[in-house]
Structure formats: structure tokens, C-alpha cells
Design a protein around this ligand. Structure first.
Ligand code: NAP
Ligand code: MN
Length: 258
């Protein structure tokens, strides 16, 4: 029997859609089971999808996600608000193809965090210094506002606003983009986005990190000064359900061109 959970954005339209989906699915014999769902339906935009994935972070191996967008951009969402019936039909009767996205694993001190989109280090109070290492080889001492380390799935998010490359989401890569680097005779850094392979360990040491903020998808944490952050692509994945083909090119066109 299909066990589902619905996570919606906190507005009237999304909550109405949530209720409607719940009603249709339960009428057809599916069971609403937020503590042990096999499919999680999100109603909102990408932000809602991010929140839902983090809510079920410890159970990602047994859950697939599908999103309906209720007005916002929705790069992760495949159905529109007027396709609710179609979505329910598909969930109940169609075998989805599953696309898996590798998460970014972030080791900070003794804590491990995972990001679907990216890790951001940002400081709007002081110049942020960050020493960067690739597989323990020193790359550079960066100075500026911060850095963004994005997954392929996240590359259309903040990374794109920083002029980072859009990376087709099936590719297991990560990309580092600098945020407002300071460059003159004394300070030098790459200045161009750096795409790295799935086995790379990218380490950042925050030197002079007073008031730096770490952003992980939709939430933030405050690191201690001189914090060391090690990132790599995890074997942990999030499963997205596709009940009909939605080519990446079409997704890009709909989100950014049309
Ligand atoms: P938000 O302010 O709602 O997100 C900003 C925008 O990014 C929204 O339009 C959101 O789409 C979109 N977005 C999120 N993930 C995306 C992805 N993988 N591809 C394309 N667009 C994406 O904040 P939020 O809802 O808490 O989401 C946090 C995410 O927002 C972060 O992970 C970061 O990628 C992104 N962000 C971007 C900027 C920027 O571009 N300057 C600044 C802050 C955060 P929806 O409207 O569908 O939610
Ligand atoms: Mn949002």
C-alpha cells in the first residue's frame, strides 16, 4: 500500500492543494504516513522541496520525492497547480523512473551536515579570509565576501547568480565560486569557478572568521573562528521521482528562458 506524506509551503493556495491531494490519495486507498512515507509530495517551490528533503534526511534511502509548484520558480518541481489530478493518478498507477542526486557532505568540527544545493560561507561585516585545499594540497588564500560550493543539482540556484556554470544534474560534480574576491598586488585568487570531480575533498580553513555565517541550503549556522570545513560529494543521494520524461533542457528553458 502506498504511504505518503505531503509538505507544503505555508500559504493558503499551497495548503488547499495539499488538502486536495491528501483527499484524492486517501480516497483511492493510499495511507498518509508522515513518519514512514515511501513518497513525499511537496507543494510550493524549490525552497519547500529543500525543507522536505532535510526533514527526511535520515530516511532518504527509502523515500522518493515529487514536487508540485504553487507559483514560485520550482526547478525541482514537475507539476503545476492545475495538474493535481494527474499527479495523483501518476503516483497511484505509474512506475516512476528515479533520478538520484548526490548530496554535498560537509564536515565541520565533529558535526556532519548534508546539502542538496550548496554550502555558502559569507561575511558581510568583515573581509573573510579562507585558506583552500584540494585533497590536502594548498590551492589559495581567498579574501573577500565568501565562497559557494555547489552540487550539480544546486548549480541553478545561488551558484548561477554568482555566474557559476550550470551543470547537468546527472553529473556527479561540485563547483566552487568566489563571492566578491579582493584582487590586487597583494591578494590573488582564481576568480573563475572551479569544477571538481566526485572524489575530490575540498577543505576550507576560516582564518579571521569573526561573524562569518555558513549557509546550507535554506538554513544557516555560525562557525567558531578558525573553523575547518571539509567537503566532498557524498554517496548519500536524494531520489526524485519522474512519472513522465522532463528533459533537463526543457527544465532549463521553462525556468530561465520562457
Ligand atoms: P529563497 O529565497 O526562496 O530562494 C531563492 C531562489 O532560489 C528561489 O527562487 C528558489 O526557488 C530558487 N532555488 C532554490 N534552489 C534552486 C535550484 N536548485 N535551482 C534553481 N533555483 C533554485 O530561499 P529558500 O527557499 O530558503 O532556498 C534556499 C536556496 O535558495 C539556496 O540553497 C540557494 O541556492 C538559493 N538562494 C539563491 C540566492 C541568489 O540567487 N542570490 C540567494 C539566496 C539563496 P523557489 O522560488 O521555487 O523556492
Ligand atoms: Mn523559496
Amino acid at each position: 500500500m502506498l504511504r505518503f506524506a505531503i509538505i507544503s509551503k505555508d500559504n493558503t493556495k499551497s495548503i488547499k492543494l495539499k488538502d486536495k491531494i491528501c483527499q484524492i490519495l486517501t480516497q483511492q486507498g493510499a495511507i498518509e504516513d508522515p513518519s514512514n512515507p515511501s513518497i513525499v509530495i511537496t507543494v510550493g517551490g524549490d525552497g519547500t522541496m529543500l525543507r522536505a528533503i532535510h526533514e527526511y534526511m535520515d530516511h532518504l534511502d527509502t523515500i522518493s520525492f515529487i514536487g508540485i509548484h504553487s507559483g514560485t520558480l520550482g526547478f525541482f518541481t514537475n507539476y503545476t497547480a492545475d495538474q493535481v489530478e494527474e499527479l495523483c493518478e501518476d503516483i497511484l498507477h505509474v512506475e516512476p523512473s528515479i533520478h538520484e542526486y548526490n548530496l554535498l557532505k560537509i564536515d565541520l568540527e565533529d558535526e556532519v551536515y548534508y546539502a542538496v544545493n550548496e554550502l555558502r560561507i559569507e561575511n558581510v561585516y568583515h573581509t573573510q579570509s579562507i585558506d583552500m585545499y584540494i585533497n590536502d594540497e594548498f590551492l589559495q588564500s581567498f579574501r573577500g565576501n565568501g565562497v559557494c560550493l555547489s552540487t550539480s543539482a544546486g548549480s541553478t540556484g545561488y551558484n548561477r547568480s554568482l555566474n557559476g556554470p550550470i551543470i547537468e544534474s546527472s553529473l556527479n560534480l561540485m563547483v566552487m565560486t568566489e563571492i566578491a574576491g579582493i584582487h590586487h598586488r597583494k591578494y590573488k585568487s582564481l576568480q573563475s569557478p572551479l569544477v571538481m570531480g566526485g572524489d575530490t575533498v575540498f577543505k576550507m580553513v576560516l582564518t579571521k572568521s569573526d561573524k562569518a555565517v555558513l549557509g546550507i541550503d535554506h538554513f544557516t549556522i555560525t562557525p567558531r573562528s578558525n573553523a575547518e570545513i571539509s567537503c566532498c560529494l557524498s554517496h548519500k543521494t536524494v531520489k526524485m521521482a519522474f512519472f513522465k520524461p522532463f528533459p533537463y533542457t526543457k527544465r532549463l528553458h521553462q525556468a530561465f528562458i520562457k
